[in-house]
Design a binder for this molecule. Structure first.
Ligand code: AMP
Length: 311
């Protein structure tokens, strides 16, 4: 089953304790689609400028990602500059240039309309909502956001949440969005806003999913419906950028490759998400995803099983 993703296709300059990389191909939708492409067909909606040429296109083509929905506009692509010098788990934004994203009017190619899965990657919530409304038949809708939108664009973001099944955000964003003291408390608050599943990404500590209680009275205790996956303890994280989006790509890509969505498939999706996040951080930008093979993914999945198996 196919997934459509809307989000940034960008150039990033990043600085980490392992070095610095100037203007590498990046963006939330790029990381998501490359990651998900190992599991299912992926279609992208985004806008790029004239700095996006054949070299960048080749990266999507090599993974057979459908880029019909990427608009080309005069000007520069979205640009983000971040630093991880103080904290490898959280990026410090140095500079954001919207460039061609400033006037972006997403339009959905007719060939995308049968996508059963939709992912609203980190982008202006007004645009996320527009794409959500244009694809009302999607079977499972996921979304991400970041501190910037939570702080200054909350009303628009709350509208987006109403149309989401799964929200994937990091722990700081979870607390910021809900004001809750713990992520378990935050989960309850988020279920009241729309999503039925909350996946909290916690950097080197892995990720925790919370599933909304089936009974409306909430009688079932939340802790019984949580599931945790670790991150792989890596000796060196070269560049954490894209870990969250690659996690989301593995998570949704795996789900879309399944005939049926069961509690078990969501638990497996958490593991595949963590597997994909563990690869992307090994090299700068999308380098690792570009050379990755399905065999390596399967091998690492086994490693994750060993990491968590009790007997
Ligand atoms: P993450 O997976 O959270 O590390 O996402 C990293 C990607 O998000 C980078 O490649 C950036 O280009 C992109 N990004 C950063 N800020 C924004 C923003 N305000 N809107 C859309 N994309 C962004």
């Amino acid at each position: 089953m196919a997934i459509t993703v809307v989000g940034s296709v960008a150039f990033d300059t990043v600085e980490t304790p392992a070095g610095r990389r100037e203007r590498c191909l990046a963006g939330a939708a790029t990381y998501f689609s490359l990651s998900a492409s190992f599991f299912t067909d992926v279609r992208v909606i985004a806008v790029v400028g004239d700095d996006f040429g054949p070299e960048q296109q080749k990266v999507f083509d090599a993974r057979k990602v459908d880029t019909t929905g990427i608009q080309h506009r005069p000007g520069k692509s979205f640009f983000w500059q971040g630093s991880y010098m103080e904290n490898l788990n959280e990026a410090k934004t140095i500079n954001t240039e919207l460039n061609v994203f400033a006037g972006f009017e997403p339009s959905i190619p007719a060939s995308y309309s049968d996508s059963e899965y939709l992912f609203l990657a980190n982008i202006d919530p007004v645009l996320q909502r527009r794409v959500r409304e244009a694809m009302p038949t999607a079977k499972l809708v996921g979304g991400d956001t970041m501190n910037y939108w939570i702080k200054d664009h909350k009303p628009a973001l709350l509208e987006v949440l109403k149309g989401l099944d799964v929200l994937l955000i990091n722990d700081t964003e979870t607390r910021m969005l809900t004001g809750a003291r713990s992520i378990a408390l935050a989960a309850g608050k988020i279920f009241e806003l729309g999503p039925k599943i909350l996946v909290v990404k916690r950097g080197e500590y892995g990720a925790t999913a919370f599933f909304a209680p089936k009974r409306p009275d909430g009688a079932e205790r939340m802790a019984h419906r949580a599931f945790h996956v670790p991150a792989l303890p890596l000796e060196e994280v070269v560049d954490p950028t894209g870990a969250g989006d690659s996690f989301a790509g593995g998570f949704f890509g795996y789900l879309a490759s399944q005939k049926e969505l069961t509690p078990k498939s969501f638990r497996y999706a958490m593991f595949y998400g963590s597997v994909m996040g563990s690869f992307v951080v090994e090299r700068f930008g999308t380098d690792r995803l570009q050379e990755l093979t399905r065999e390596e993914i399967d091998h690492r999945f086994k490693l994750f099983r060993e990491l968590t198996h009790l007997d």
